[in-house]
Design a protein around this ligand. Structure first.
Ligand SMILES: [Zn+2]
Length: 369
């Protein structure tokens, strides 16, 4: 079977194929002069999916109370739960999996014929020691931290959460890249740079990444995103501060969760599959726009996670992370940053704009007579 590096999104597989360096056209994804891999002459990738596919059990072998709505084909599972393949057909994905996993195809062929699931997802004993949220779901954690125990919850497995935070850590060196923060201003003069940074502690109100009284700096990597994030209205004056970075920082990059590779050495794919869901939920919660009707209690779960990330230390007792990076829910091209130590950035100048036009896109939800 012949495929190419463009058939994949997973960086490890792409790198292996690109290293082989054979140029040709790919009949699967249609790429011309791509780096081609022929399974008849190169065995490097044979077995690469074995560990991942072994995390799945065919439906006949699953516990009888396994939720039916969670069952899916192995192709759907690999496609939806892991960002491995580019936009190639399900048949091609199936053929690639079978060709690269001859042992599984021989020993457990039913995995390619029947629907599959991960039994450990509902195995309380397994979850207790392998899930960030132990045996609970995110909503249970939310309920608990809001209404039961705020500061000493034992619902989170902190060692495991720390491990995953380290897996998705990212260094951001000082470069020419600039960061931005927007504020709605009262008039066309806007705010000077000295008023574009994080608020003084006594004025810091509750946010997704900070409790009231704790001042953190919220930045984006894209000027346009600031307008979306503050949800500027038509004719608003908006001051946008441009920030430069004063030191190299390390962040937990929640956007990388789906990129945690199942092909690394010693990766426990079952545990990773279970925790990816929780981590994606954290990213989603961080990205949720704040609304005026929100209760401060709604921000507690992400505040807890952010405070925990800030508390992570290395073996010498030094803090590891300077902030968290997460997807902007308001503007898909932008990344947001919650920076723990605002003094790592300096606002060099601010510009004030007027929002002259807004375009609304809408979707009909109901009609009444
Ligand atoms: Zn291809």
């Amino acid at each position: 079977m012949v495929f190419c590096s463009d058939c994949f999104r997973n960086l490890e597989i792409k790198a292996i194929i690109e290293e082989r360096g054979i140029e040709g056209d790919c009949s699967i994804c249609g790429s011309k002069q791509a780096k081609i891999y022929d399974t008849d002459i190169d065995l490097t990738l044979i077995g690469i999916f074995d560990n991942l596919l072994s995390a799945y059990t065919a439906e006949d072998d699953l516990p009888s109370d396994y939720p039916k709505e969670e069952l899916r084909t192995i192709v759907d599972a690999v496609r939806n739960e892991w960002d491995i393949f580019a936009d190639i057909s399900d048949v091609d994905v199936s053929n690639i999996l079978k060709t690269l996993s001859p042992t599984i195809l021989e020993d457990y062929p039913v995995i390619f014929e029947k629907k599959v699931g991960i039994p450990e997802k509902y195995d309380k004993e397994y979850l207790q020691s392998h899930s960030i949220l132990r045996t609970e779901k995110w909503d249970d954690f939310v309920e608990s931290i809001k209404h039961k125990n705020r500061f000493h919850t034992d619902l989170i497995d902190k060692d495991l959460l720390k491990k995953y935070c380290l897996d998705i850590s990212k260094k951001i060196p000082i470069t020419k890249q600039r960061f931005y923060r927007g504020r709605v201003a009262k008039n066309a003069d806007g705010f000077p740079p000295s008023e574009m940074g994080a608020p003084p502690q006594e004025y810091a109100s509750n946010g997704r990444a900070n409790s009231a009284g704790i001042s953190r700096l919220y930045l984006t990597d894209n000027k346009e995103t600031t307008f979306h994030e503050i949800r500027a209205a038509e004719y608003d004056y908006v001051s946008v501060g441009t920030f430069k970075q004063l030191k190299e920082i390390t962040v937990v990059d929640l956007k990388q969760i789906h990129k945690i590779s199942p092909f690394g050495v010693d990766v426990d794919c079952t545990s990773l599959a279970i925790n990816r869901e929780h981590l994606l939920k954290i990213n989603q919660e961080m990205s949720k726009p704040m609304r005026s009707g929100d209760s401060p209690l709604d921000y507690l779960p992400t505040q807890y996670i952010c405070d925990f990330v800030m508390s992570i230390t290395d073996e010498d007792g030094n803090t590891v992370f300077d902030g968290i990076e997460y997807q902007s829910a308001m503007h898909s091209r932008g990344s947001n940053f919650a920076i723990f130590n605002p003094e790592n950035f300096k606002c060099t100048y601010s510009r004030t704009f007027e929002v002259t036009k807004l375009r609304y896109t809408k979707e009909l939800l109901s009609k009444q007579k």
